[in-house]
Design a protein around this ligand. Structure first.
Ligand code: NAD
Length: 343
């Protein structure tokens, strides 16, 4: 198959190339993000392969259909960036990589928590400048504190295991509580009120958009630490800035940002940052912001490439896998292929 890969970096080529070539596929690596103009680079391809900040809008889906492209491969677990309804109507199939390394993301979330709490990012900057003063670097023991985990799926569960290792008390909120887990589920409000740290591990949906907002921040303990490695729009940016300014929020570790698609993965160091909110957030000393890199381990990159290859094969063989996302199955429940979709 001819596959147009969007928003690619050298590490994508490194991991995909051997597998694709072995299987006889023809990759076309495109550095640009997908939009209606760059879509033209996919002319003659059989599939497009996109990442988290490629927006597969209705307009793009319609154009894909005109270009006779019937497969969208996601190199990610989250799929909030795809117009699933339009894809279903245009008979375009969508396959994703549901779990490439939950450990990679959970370990990264924990690393953000440790760094923000103990101000390691500030200490590093100081010692690089031969400033060995430790004033203002006081953190708190995590031991015995309460961690609130929102979303107890693959990544949330790994994060809980790590936090248990720190002897934290765990409380959790999930719309589908998992009775097999040895944790206490509480209502969302209670989690907001009782947690010393809150870590977000739910997907971005209409229900979870701005789950962290003025009201929920108002319920939180003073000095709470927020960790977001899920999706930026789980947090209302304006509410976050207000909460930090009011000294309500004690620290933030964020690997994602609501408007990240214009900036993340690009070098903006020589340009004028035109997103004032992002610029403001970066100025806060108690915020550690990184550019959507929680997934970035060799194990995860290998798994993303390997699963994408399996997805291509499943499509070619017209076999259905749980990696397929189907609007009709999820929204309407009456898909004629429902059994095959193995939801
Ligand atoms: P998962 O599907 O295994 O788990 C998600 C959990 O969230 C499920 O238990 C689900 O029931 C729960 N949930 C759904 N709606 C909810 C709601 N309204 N309130 C509370 N909980 C809700 O997903 P996962 O593999 O654990 O991944 C979680 C998220 O992490 C993904 O959706 C993705 O956005 C993000 N992610 C980020 C990176 C990164 O590099 N930063 C990498 C991979 C995944």
């Amino acid at each position: 198959m001819k596959i147009a890969f969007y928003d690619t970096r050298p590490y994508d080529k490194l991991w995909f190339d051997p597998l694709l070539k072995d299987a006889g596929h023809e990759p076309r690596y495109i550095e640009n993000r997908l939009d209606i103009h760059t879509l033209e680079y996919a002319q003659g391809a059989d599939a497009i392969c996109v990442f988290v900040n490629d927006k597969v809008t209705k307009e793009i889906v319609d154009r894909l259909s005109e270009m006779n492209i019937h497969l969208i491969l996601l190199r990610s677990a989250g799929y909030n960036n795809v117009d699933m309804k339009e894809a279903y109507e245009k008979h375009i199939r969508i396959l994703r990589v549901p779990a490439y390394s939950p450990a990679a993301v959970a370990e990264y979330a924990a690393s953000l928590l440790l760094a923000v709490n103990r101000k390691t990012h500030k200490a590093y900057a100081r010692t690089r400048d031969f400033n060995f003063n430790i004033d203002g670097l006081t953190g708190m023991d995590l031991y015995g504190k309460t961690a609130g985990v929102i979303g107890t799926g693959r990544i949330g569960q790994m994060m809980i295991d790590i936090l248990k290792g720190f002897h934290m008390n765990i409380i959790a909120y999930d719309v589908f509580p998992n009775s097999k887990l040895d944790i206490q589920y509480v209502p969302l409000e209670e989690l907001m009120e009782k947690s010393d740290i809150i870590s977000l591990h739910c997907p971005l949906t209409e229900e979870t958009r701005h789950i962290i907002n003025d009201q929920t921040i108002g319920m939180m303990k003073d000095g709470v630490i927020l960790i977001n490695t899920s999706r930026g729009a789980l947090i209302d940016t304006q509410a976050l800035i207000k909460g930090i300014n009011a000294h309500k929020i004690g620290g933030v570790g964020m690997d994602v940002y609501e408007e990240e698609d214009s900036y993340f993965f690009e070098d903006w160091s020589d340009k004028i940052m035109d997103d004032r909110d992002l610029a403001r957030i970066i100025t806060f000393p108690n915020v550690l912001l990184t550019s959507h890199q929680a997934f970035l381990t060799t194990e995860a990159l290998h798994q993303i490439a390997a699963t994408t290859l399996e997805n291509i094969k499943a499509y070619e063989d017209d076999v259905f896998t749980p990696n397929e996302i189907c609007y009709q199955c999820e929204e309407k429940g009456d898909c004629h292929r429902r059994e095959n979709h193995q939801k």
